[in-house]
Design a protein around this ligand. Sequence first.
Ligand SMILES: Cc1ncc(COP(=O)(O)O)c(C=O)c1O
Length: 466
Amino acid sequence: MNDGNAAARVIQDLRGVVSSAAAGSRLPSVRELTARHQASPVTVAAAVRALVKEGLVETRPGQGTFVARRAAATGPAPDLSWQTVALGARRPGEDELQALLATPPAGAIPLSGGYLEPELQPAAALGAALARVARQPAAWQRGPAEGRDDLRAWFAAEIGLRADDMVICPGGQAALSSALRALAAPGDTLLVESPTYLGALAAARAAGLRVVPVPADAGGVLPDQLAAAFARTGARLFYCQPLHTNPTGASLAADRRGVVLSAVREAGAFLIEDDYARDLTIDGDPPPPLAREEADGHVIYLRSLTKPAAPGLRIAAVGARGPAGARLRAVRLVDELFVAGPLQQAALEFVTSPAWDRHRRQLRTALRARRDALLSALRQHLPATAAPRPQGGLHLWARLDEGLDDVRVAAAAATEGVIVFPGRPWFAAEAPASYLRLTYAAAPPDLMDEAVRRLSAAIAASRPTS
Ligand SMILES: Cc1ncc(COP(=O)(O)O)c(C=O)c1O
């Protein structure tokens, strides 16, 4: 089942109700819509938000969703149907990204989401830094387009690049979008690990790139397959997460690092290293970034502070040597001019203060507790669901047993009050099996048992009857 179709069905259903109901009438609940359309609550929430934006419905926290007063007072809904022709087909991948970022419904346990739960975020330290900075008039002035020199130097020092090679971006997604557009033209091929971050797939498609998946296993991308894919497609760009890949949690094996870099070099290609999980390692110490081991400008390095700190700290950096760096800086300028000065300065204050190391130490312990609680609940309540133990990151990648449909299970789980993300959208081509991405960073450890009990009930309800 396609989530985009489900969203369209929910919207159509609600439009029908709105057109015939009086202003202020109560609309069906999220639970009813979820069941009626076999859609996940995140899809239903996205559909409701779309109608709120159009002014057709309004939500009242704790009470439900209602036909908007304004909609009724201004007569029939405007005719926007012409836009369907003007805009043409939707870009694939955007629905999944919206679903990924949807706010979970109240009362549901979130085992989905790309960020730390609020309790794990260093909000007090960030708030104090931002308040201090905001009082300084200079912070509000236009700074260098590439970002503050001292912040670029901090990112560069971590990987052995020069500060001049770095550009500050408002988060990893923006960095990734810009990098793809700076280094490739529409119609070019992007190789990706399979599965990979669905936001990268969406950004690639939005940039008009042809995405070609390369198989990966517990040791990361398969180097032989990567070399073959370069040769077969003529690709010049490979997107890779060598550390705690989202969604699988796998890291590139030590004996593959050099081979992968050689394949990239031989192809005269770039490797975009998305190092999103550098500060999310739970066991042991992370290996250095690939960028540190390559001097000839083949590796474009990307690191964001949103994952280890807070989603609102939208500060990331991309590092690229040579003309690629110049292209990247040019694209960033066109995209955004520059990133908000106060946020850059607050980020720098935070990562150069003792609070940063303290926070990372506490985070490691907290993530370990959550990961282990989720794994042990799975072992107890869903022993047939295989989930390898990731050494870091935010998620488990759980393989469902034969015959189960991941999208159906995710929809049923939402009805049971636990939000999980299906595996299918993380594959650029056919998924070889059914998976769920289970985020352990988004809920406290004492809820993991209950979350998996609910998931277990959802799985039981989703089994095909034969
Ligand atoms: C692997 C990966 N890269 C990049 C991003 C983008 O993160 P942000 O734009 O919040 O920094 C995400 C977010 O989920 C991610 O998982």
